[in-house]
Write a protein that binds this ligand. Structure first.
Ligand code: UD1
Length: 414
């Protein structure tokens, strides 16, 4: 999907079932390489990041088959410890194969995602904590060469990195003694990975707290249902709020969305939470704030751009502070093209609501930033074009069909 054409100004109305979580399924797929048995996953989202991860696993010798909504993965023929660099370079979560392959084979050769360890999204926390457990790691010709099963012990993370926590959990599956992870991330996706691994026989406790414990265990295959995608849910809610719509989302866990729901309520939306569902009725929006992103249970960085787009027409000014990533306002120039009033300084952005947005052409720069542009286009009067829309394929399955089912006028431009 390269370009989207959107005619805005129509409220989104209807019901949607939330897809399986991207950020939960990617570590679970990596984990399948560590499990010597047949894994069956339900609720895998139909997104490009899953397709790319599947291709990487197939390249390592795993067999993957999808039938009636279930993905079966068999790692009996695992033969490689070096994922394809072109495929692995496409997504950051490929680095989780480091932990999974170390656990299973005691070695891994992982291409550097983006090619630079000390760049904008470094891997220092992953690597230092694994080295603290005795894994030997060196970097040669753009690859991380890792050797040795971790010994038992303590790995302390100075920041609760989601990916580093997941890599440690996976590597610890093959450790020679119990591993404790201190300062672990507490995101719901960590809990889903732990639930999957426990179903496979792993002995993991403490997930959802900053202190994890993983004890040696023999792993086997299992069936697991991937949890709902709280970021997809947040995106749909923001889109409904921005367009003055009303939306019922099903198959989600509302308690995982607390800070998002709280802000949308403050902004003037009527929200009812049910068991596995949320109903949102948008009213005239007012500024909220400040919106400060942070590790779970704080406001999620992945919902920052969609929330900003939702508030472009709210009465008053909202301050956003992005504390997780250093460069996560790349959607702002695109939003300004629709007539939005946004000032940024470093990690702060101030959004002052305007009466109306107008149609525009804007290029998606990343997954959630691209979603913010789509929301602005849906809320704007007139016609818009979103270019580089392929970024959206990474995390939103069947986006166009789902938008159309809610009454949006949107099509893919050939
Ligand atoms: C995961 C999510 C991503 C989300 C992010 C934060 C997946 C596939 N992706 O990304 O959608 O936005 O969590 O909730 O699950 N950092 C370091 N050194 C490291 C590792 C991280 O400095 O070794 C920094 C990062 O640059 C960033 C911060 O820590 O500033 C958070 O990163 P992290 O929690 O690791 O995010 P990811 O796992 O990459």
């Amino acid at each position: 999907m390269e370009r989207l054409h959107i005619t805005g100004g129509r409220p989104l109305r209807g019901t949607l079932a939330v897809q399986g979580s991207k950020n939960a399924v990617l570590p679970i797929l990596a984990a399948a390489a560590a499990v010597p048995g047949r894994v069956v996953l339900a609720n895998c989202p139909p997104i490009r990041d899953v397709a790319v991860t599947r291709a990487i696993l197939e390249g390592l010798g795993l067999s993957l088959r999808e039938e009636k909504g279930l993905l079966t993965i068999d790692s009996a023929e695992l033969r490689g410890c070096a994922p394809d660099p072109v495929l692995a370079g496409q997504l950051r979560s490929s680095v989780l194969l480091l932990g999974a392959l170390l656990a299973r084979l005691g070695r891994a050769e992982i291409p550097l995602p983006g090619g630079c360890v000390l760049g904008a999204r470094p891997l220092d926390l992953h690597l230092r904590s694994l080295e603290a457990l005795g894994v030997e790691i060196c970097c040669r010709e753009g690859r991380l060469l890792c050797r040795g099963r971790p010994r038992g012990g303590v790995a302390a993370l100075p920041y609760p990195s989601v990916g580093a926590t997941e890599n440690l959990m996976l590597a610890a599956l093959g450790a020679r003694g119990p591993v404790r992870v201190l300062g672990a991330a507490r995101e719901p996706e960590i809990r889903d990975l732990a639930a999957f691994l426990r179903a496979c026989g792993a002995r993991i406790t403490g997930d959802g707290s900053p202190c994890l414990r993983i004890e040696p265990a023999i792993l086997h295959g299992a069936v697991h249902r991937v949890q709902p995608d709280r970021m997809e849910a947040a995106t749909w809610l923001c889109a409904a709020a921005a367009t003055g719509g009303s939306l019922r989302l099903t198959r989600l866990e509302p308690q995982q969305l607390r800070p998002v729901l709280e802000l949308l309520r403050q902004a003037g939306c009527r929200i009812r939470e049910g068991r596995g569902s949320v109903c949102l009725e948008a009213g005239p929006l007012r500024a909220v704030g400040p919106v400060v992103t942070g590790p779970y249970p704080a406001f999620p960085t992945d919902a920052q751009a969609p929330m900003m787009a939702a508030l472009l027409r709210a009465q008053g000014c909202t301050l956003f502070e992005e504390t997780v990533f250093s460069e996560r306002f790349r959607h702002v120039p695109g939003l300004r093209a629709f007539g939005a009033r946004i000032e940024t300084r470093g990690r702060l952005a101030r959004v002052c609501g305007v009466e109306a947005l107008h149609g525009a052409e804007a290029a998606a720069t990343d997954l959630r930033g691209g979603a913010a542009l789509v929301i602005a286009a849906l809320a704007a009067r007139g016609e818009s074009r979103i270019t580089q829309a392929r970024h959206l394929d990474r995390g939103y399955g069947e986006l166009v069909r789902r938008l159309q089912s809610l009454g949006a006028t949107v099509e893919v431009e050939k």
